[in-house]
Design a protein around this ligand. Sequence first.
Ligand SMILES: Cc1cc2nc3c(=O)[nH]c(=O)nc-3n(C[C@H](O)[C@H](O)[C@H](O)COP(=O)(O)OP(=O)(O)OC[C@H]3O[C@@H](n4cnc5c(N)ncnc54)[C@H](O)[C@@H]3O)c2cc1C
Length: 284
Amino acid sequence: MCRKIIIVGAGPAGVSAAVQLTRLGHKPRLFDSTGHVGGLLVNARRIENYPGFAQGISGPEFIGHLSAILARWKIDVEQAHLQTITPDDEGFSLTFAQKTVKTSRVILATGTLPIELPELKPASIRIFYEVAPLLAAQPREVLIIGGGEASFDYALSLADRAIHVTLAFRGEFPRAQGVLVFEAMENPFITLSPLTVLSGISPSGVPHVLQNGVPIEFPGAALLVATGRRSTCSTFSLPCDGSPFTKHRGLFIAGDMRLGGLGQLGCAVGDGLYAAFLAARSNP
Ligand SMILES: Cc1cc2nc3c(=O)[nH]c(=O)nc-3n(C[C@H](O)[C@H](O)[C@H](O)COP(=O)(O)OP(=O)(O)OC[C@H]3O[C@@H](n4cnc5c(N)ncnc54)[C@H](O)[C@@H]3O)c2cc1C
C-alpha cells in the first residue's frame, strides 16, 4: 500500500494540490497522461483575470510558472494515463496504462473532455477540439463551431498568426461576452457567423454549414469544434454533483472536473488547495 497521496491531472488544480500537500509535509505523487504540466492552459491566449498578473499572461507563460513551482518543491510529473479507480478494503486501486498503484487517498483533477457533435461521426477529416494541436498543423483557414469564450479565444489565437477564421454559432448572439467578443469583432482575420449550424462534412472532407438556412461550404478549412466540455467524472463512474467529496472516503475531486465543464484558472487553483486540505485531514 502506497501511503503517499496520489494526484491525477497536472493542470492548475492538480499542481496547486501537489504544492500545498508538499508544504504540509506530505510527499504526493502527481500523474498526468501527457507527462506535462498545465492541462488546458496550453490553449489560452491571454489570461487577464488572474490576480498577480496585472498585464495578463499567456497560457504557456503561466505554465512556465507552474513548472517552476513544482521544481521549487521537487515534485515530478509522472507520465501515466489513469484508466480505472477501484475502491477496496484498504483504499483504492488505481490502474494506469502500464501499472497499478494502491493508496488510501486520491485527488482526481483530470479536467474535462470536449462535447463531440454527433453529425461528425464518422468524420473523414481530422477534427480539432483545442487550438494548440491545430496551430501545430499550420492551417491557412479555420472554421470554428461554437460561440463560447473558448471559441473566441481560439479565434484570436489563430488571427494573431494571420490565419483566417470563420466563427460560427447557433444563436443571433454568441454565448461569450465582453472583451473577447469586442476584440474579435474588430479583428480583420475573424468573420462572425451567427444563426449558423454545422450541417456535416462532405465525402471529400469539406465542412459545410447552414447559415440562416443557406448552405455554405468551407473547402480547405480546418475544423475546430468548441461546443462545450464535460467533466471526466463519468470516465471513472463518479457522479458530477459539484462537490469535492465523493461517496468514497479519501477520494476527492478538484478543478474543472468538479465544476462539470470549462471553468476558470483561479477556481481550479483554489480547488486544488482545498482538495489538498481535505486529503491531508482525512484519516486513511
Ligand atoms: C482557450 C482557453 C482559454 C482560457 N482562458 C482562461 C482565462 O483567460 N482565464 C481563466 O481563468 N481560465 C481560462 N481558461 C480555463 C482554464 O484553462 C481551466 O479552467 C483550467 O485549466 C482547469 O484546470 P484543471 O486543472 O481543473 O483541468 P485541466 O487544465 O483540464 O487539466 C487536467 C489535466 O488532467 C490530465 N488528465 C486527463 N485525464 C487523465 C487521465 N485519465 N489520467 C491522467 N491524466 C489525465 C490532462 O492531461 C490535463 O493535464 C481557458 C481555457 C481555454 C481552453
